[in-house]
Design a protein around this ligand. Sequence first.
Ligand SMILES: NC(=O)c1ccc[n+]([C@@H]2O[C@H](COP(=O)([O-])OP(=O)(O)OC[C@H]3O[C@@H](n4cnc5c(N)ncnc54)[C@H](OP(=O)(O)O)[C@@H]3O)[C@@H](O)[C@H]2O)c1
Length: 289
Amino acid sequence: MTTKYILITGATDGIGKVAAKAMAKQGHAVIIHGRNQNKAQKVCEEIKAETGNDKVDNITGDLFSFDEVKRMAEDFKQKYDRLDVLVNNAGAIFSKERELTKEGLEKTMALNVFSPLLLTELLLDVLAKSPSGRIINTSSGTHKIAKKPDFNNLQFENNYSSSRAYASSKLYTIWITRHWSAELKRRGLKNITANVLHPGAVATRFGQDNDKGFINNMVFKLALPFMSTPEKGAATTVYLATSQEVENVTGKFFGNMKEEKAQDKYYSIENEIKIWDYCQKVISPYLNN
Ligand SMILES: NC(=O)c1ccc[n+]([C@@H]2O[C@H](COP(=O)([O-])OP(=O)(O)OC[C@H]3O[C@@H](n4cnc5c(N)ncnc54)[C@H](OP(=O)(O)O)[C@@H]3O)[C@@H](O)[C@H]2O)c1
């Protein structure tokens, strides 16, 4: 097996942590991302001890902040001159009231869509050095309940609800990944693939800590015992990151370690481009300067 250099975001808890451990167990060099230095360090030591793999490292950055995403990409490049797999795993659903990041962006879109796109852009040069680079984005089955995109309201200034913002962010993640797969070819980066997955409904801290309104809070609590384990949830992430089977596969949507059909009710190439262009405009001040 060739050792891959794998950076996984949101690997201090839940699906990301379990996926990081599984990939370290396979002998890969795994760089765990977290927003809290102590927690990231602790998880890193725990995974090293459990797997006996000392090529496990950690990196920190709050993905609510583009400044931190940029600093984190620079930190990565100072330490590593190669990246084989970028797993954009960190993501969350937020509370019933619309909240903004310090940079004035709606939090769900900032964490689930804009920051992964910015991080990917900033790490493309190191991914390009890999003989076969992989970008893996994380969507969700809830993309299926996303409402028709309102291109004048992509950060939910009107009609915000936590579930609406979350479902939309995960639908756009699929469209952005598709766009990446063509865009990488256009940029001459034929050695890099981009795929997107949903992990299923997984019992993690996801959605447990914030107030999404009485009904949503109850649904999240009551569903917990029926959800799958983080190990099962992480399986598709690990598969897309490490399996030879998907070496040349790009632009596809996966669940349960196989290709699935995404809900394409609102999909068109025009809509994909509109979302891509909008997100690129949002992150543009942080590119190349
Ligand atoms: N669980 C599910 O049922 C489910 C279903 C479909 C899709 N997903 C998706 O799967 C991915 C992982 O979810 P999970 O269930 O593992 O969630 P989780 O247990 O809540 O873990 C989320 C991870 O993201 C990190 N994170 C959150 N906000 C961050 C920020 N602002 N900056 C940097 N890191 C941040 C967390 O860091 P801390 O440790 O510091 O909190 C944690 O490591 C997400 O994209 C989620 O949308 C989950």
